[in-house]
Ligand binder design. Structure first.
Ligand SMILES: [Zn+2]
Ligand SMILES: [Zn+2]
Length: 420
């Protein structure tokens, strides 16, 4: 592990990204180039811009560079995952029990998604349609259910393996507007229904007629359906806990830095835990193949990896939250299946947790530091904040949210970073 840190991942791309593109022109597009460039520039104040704080007492300056916030960047992965868990935590419906569902497909079907990433959207929709169908069948009535679906394209070893992780409400609203819980789902039915919905999706969305051959093969070789399973037990209670729990399954960059063991300029050695054997496996790849294995997980620009369906739909969930509080039985106090929604962590706290210090305290004299300026790599200095003066209007003008009333002697300015 010696000498391996998050810069090793960057170094690999510094050294070989250009060569990789020459051999794999498919990846020489703005989407991929931008993602790689952002990852390489991340945290560099010259390239990314920065916020500058100054201590009003002793004049000490602190610069905090902007980071890329990309899920491909190992430095940002934790913040990315945390923010994401925060967000999902706030979207869960109080009092509702959730199950964690995983939907996969046979390996020979992966190629269709690799060739055409646009298929990943109908793939996610098929996941929702399938679970709706399953719960309707279980309950015998039409249920209004909710799903939060996360797309993962990487298997444990970093291979391309598109599959879905889903937080599904273990029940739904029936036609009489009552909540109906579903605690038992037969596996056989689940496997067959998933096979049906996925193959129907391929038939409806792939224009290449040779897909029919693979669809036939899938029916023949998998008479019992596709692998679809519920993680045992109910997902842990606690809104954040639950979201963090799911985050664990979808760790963003395919290989986190702690799994890279060696890089000598030509090859990369890393480890992963094999799903089936539960053993730690090691793999050494020529560096260009390693890059290929990583970049195949970069999704098209603007693609939403996390989507909300049914009761969780973007337009509906607020209303549903209110409606559900009226119909979810609340007679059991502190229902262990429920969860509590915690507010999102502010920037200052996240910074504190990452670096062990308060970003707004002077490292020299412990006095409050004030925001002095924001520097953007393209637009230069966006704003100079005059210290020792009240500037409420100007703060508003650049969209700065102040956390509390500011006194002249105690100026705490909390800014949401522009790229968050
Ligand atoms: Zn100071
Ligand atoms: Zn980054």
């Amino acid at each position: 592990m010696e000498g391996i840190d998050k810069n090793t991942f960057k170094q690999i791309f510094y050294d070989h990204w250009d060569a990789f593109k020459q051999f794999n022109p498919r990846f020489d597009s703005p989407d991929y180039n931008n993602t790689i460039q952002k990852m390489l520039d991340c945290g560099d104040p010259e390239k990314m811009g920065f916020v500058q704080y100054r201590c009003c007492n002793c004049g000490q300056i602190r610069r905090i560079a902007f980071t890329c916030k990309s899920c491909f960047c190992l430095s940002c992965a934790k913040v990315y995952t945390d923010r994401w868990a925060d967000f999902i935590g706030r979207r869960l419906l109080p009092g509702v029990t959730y199950r964690h569902v995983v939907l996969t497909m046979p390996e020979f079907l992966h190629i269709w998604f690799f060739r055409d990433p646009a298929l990943l959207s109908p793939f996610m929709r098929a996941g929702h349609a399938c679970l709706k169908d399953i719960l309707n069948t279980c309950s015998g009535v039409k249920l209004d259910i909710g799903n939060i679906i996360v797309l993962q394209t990487a298997g444990r070893s970093g291979h391309y393996n598109p599959h879905l992780h889903i937080l599904m409400t273990a029940g739904g609203i029936d036609p009489l507007e009552q909540w109906k819980s579903i605690s038992y789902i037969p596996y056989e039915m689940m496997h067959r229904k998933w096979q049906y919905h996925l193959l129907k999706m391929l038939r409806d969305n792939v224009s290449d007629p040779t897909v029919e051959k693979d669809i036939d093969r899938a029916w023949k070789e998998y008479p019992k359906g596709f692998v679809a399973f519920l993680q045992p037990g109910e997902v842990p209670p606690g809104g954040q806990g639950l979201a963090q729990y799911l985050a664990k399954y979808v760790v963003s960059p395919p290989i986190s830095v702690r799994r890279i063991e060696r890089y000598d300029g030509k090859s990369v050695r890393y480890w992963y835990r094999d799903h089936k054997t539960k053993q730690i496996e090691h793999e050494t790849l020529p560096v260009l193949r390693f890059i290929g294995r990583m970049v195949q997980h970069i999704l098209p620009k603007g693609f939403h990896r996390i989507r909300y369906y049914g009761l969780h739909g973007n337009v509906r969930y607020k209303k549903m939250r209110e409606q559900l509080t009226n119909i979810i039985p609340t007679h059991i106090p502190d229902d262990p299946r429920g969860y509590r929604v915690l507010p999102a962590k502010p920037f200052q706290q996240r910074f504190f947790e990452s670096f062990g210090k308060d970003p707004l305290l002077c490292p020299k004299c412990d006095n409050d530091m004030s925001l002095e300026l924001i520097s953007h790599p393209k637009y230069g200095t966006i704003k100079k904040f005059l210290l020792f003066e009240e500037l409420p209007d100007e703060r508003q003008a650049v969209g700065i949210a102040t956390g509390r009333t500011i006194h002249r002697s105690e100026r705490l300015v909390q800014i949401p970073l522009p790229f968050l």
